[in-house]
Design a protein. Structure first.
Length: 262
């Protein structure tokens, strides 16, 4: 197989829909053995069934990424089912639109706990398993263009995604000696349910007019001339999970159609 993922045991959080679902299906098509995780196991059924119907291997589990015990159980489900863990995609995330001066402590914690703490816990628990297995493994985190530039009124979301970039770099430095690769993907404006939430937030605060206005206005900044789709992230996800990326670590790859150049 071109990406050499046949038989690899891979966990993906936020796998029930959007970017996570498309990555899960793409990895499954390459022969990876998947644990598709989301807040409830029931929510993963459609993705798991689609992967299986296409000849792939997958199970679904429920896990709140903010809860260490649930994350541990999620990872152990992969080890129990497939004998080991080879990669984790820390993809689960939330967004909230809130003008800068109106961001509250609760707003901050709600976003940061999922997008920052949730990624930290997922990284820690996966890396512990990688080390117990003798080293080696892939950690792939979902960051964002918002981890490269700040956007009002998404300041706390941006802060959470900058945290993902920082965690990616720090873990890459800490565990390179153990042959553990840690990288991140930075999507742009992607046509998923999350962007529906963002768009409604813009409208609620009087920052845009009409359905999908903010989505199309921001997507228009992409030099490749269209919004992203979740399938646009699949190729780089396969690459980062495969041996082809064995000499890459600590990187946060922009896959945004040319919105941000850094």
């Amino acid at each position: 197989m071109p990406y050499q993922l046949d038989g690899k045991s891979i966990v993906i959080t936020g796998g029930a829909r959007g970017i996570g679902a498309e990555i899960a299906k793409g990895l499954g098509a390459e022969g990876a053995r998947l644990v598709v995780a989301d807040l409830t196991a029931d929510s993963t059924k459609a993705v798991v069934e689609e992967i299986r119907a296409a000849g792939g291997t997958a199970i679904g589990v429920g896990a709140d990424v903010r809860d260490r015990a649930q994350v541990q159980a999620m990872i152990q489900a992969a080890v129990k089912e497939y004998g080991r863990l080879d990669a984790i995609f820390n993809n689960a995330g939330i967004a909230q639109v809130q003008p800068f001066l109106k961001i509250t402590e609760d707003d901050w914690h709600n976003v940061m706990d999922v997008n920052g703490l949730g990624v930290l816990i997922g990284m820690q628990e996966a890396i512990k398993v990688f080390l117990a297995q003798g080293g080696g493994g892939k950690v792939i985190n979902t960051a964002s263009i918002a981890g490269k530039q700040g956007y009002d009124p998404l300041a706390h979301y941006c802060a959470s995604k900058w945290a993902v970039v920082a965690l990616t770099q720090a873990a890459a430095r800490a565990f390179g000696k153990d042959k553990i690769n840690v990288n991140a993907i930075c999507p742009g404006v992607v046509g998923t349910e999350m962007w529906k939430v963002i768009d409604r937030g813009f409208q609620a605060h009087g920052l845009s007019e009409g359905e999908d206005t903010s989505f199309h206005d921001m997507a228009a900044q992409a030099v490749l001339g269209r919004p992203s789709t979740a399938t646009d992230l699949v190729g780089v996800a396969k690459f980062l999970a495969s041996p082809d990326s064995d000499f890459m670590t600590g990187q946060s790859l922009l896959v945004d159609g040319g919105m941000v150049f850094v």
